[in-house]
Design a protein around this ligand. Sequence first.
Ligand code: HEC
Length: 182
Amino acid sequence: MRKSLIPLAILALSLLVTASAFAYSGGISGLSQNGCGGCHSNAGTAQVTLDGLPAQYEPGKTYTLTVTVSSQDVPGEGGGFDLSVTAGTLTPIDATTKIDGNDLTHTGAQRRSWSFNWTAPTQGDVTFYVAGLAANGDGGINGDAWTTYSSSVPVIPEFPGLTILIVLAAVALIILLAKKYY
Ligand code: HEC
């Protein structure tokens, strides 16, 4: 009698595994550079923006950034994203995002904008990669639109004040010397 339950248990288990393996409406990682194709159709065009990035970052400073996806071709308010960065630390600030592997991703499929924190590294250029998907909310892979986006930010050059001072001192010295010898 008990033996007959084993196939059932295996079936239930494999269903569970399959369900969690395809639970992309709950977040996805590793696709920030390649996008969401292969599975999702691209039913139109989508746009991704990343707001809150400075032109040059301050080493070690924490910035609050916002990813937004939009599409005129996909109705509704649903969407998702996968973001990675070459340096620094990504931190969720609310329940709408989570860390998955090295990436930051959505936790649900009911929005198109997400805010999170990024703590800058101490040096070097940093590149953000984002794959964003505007979803039609049907819980499936059709009728959605996705695109990828990337943005690089350099660090603020060290000691800009000191550099200016040295240049000014050099100019003053040249003027002084010029006055003395000519
Ligand atoms: C390996 C295939 C696959 C890839 C790649 C994939 N998805 Fe999905 N996605 C699915 C499947 C299957 C569903 C439907 C089941 C579900 O909702 O989890 C889905 C559903 C979704 C939904 C809900 C859609 C809706 O209309 O309700 C969102 C949001 C989503 N995925 C985001 C993403 C994002 C963002 C990417 C790319 C960074 C991505 N997916 C890449 C397979 C994939």
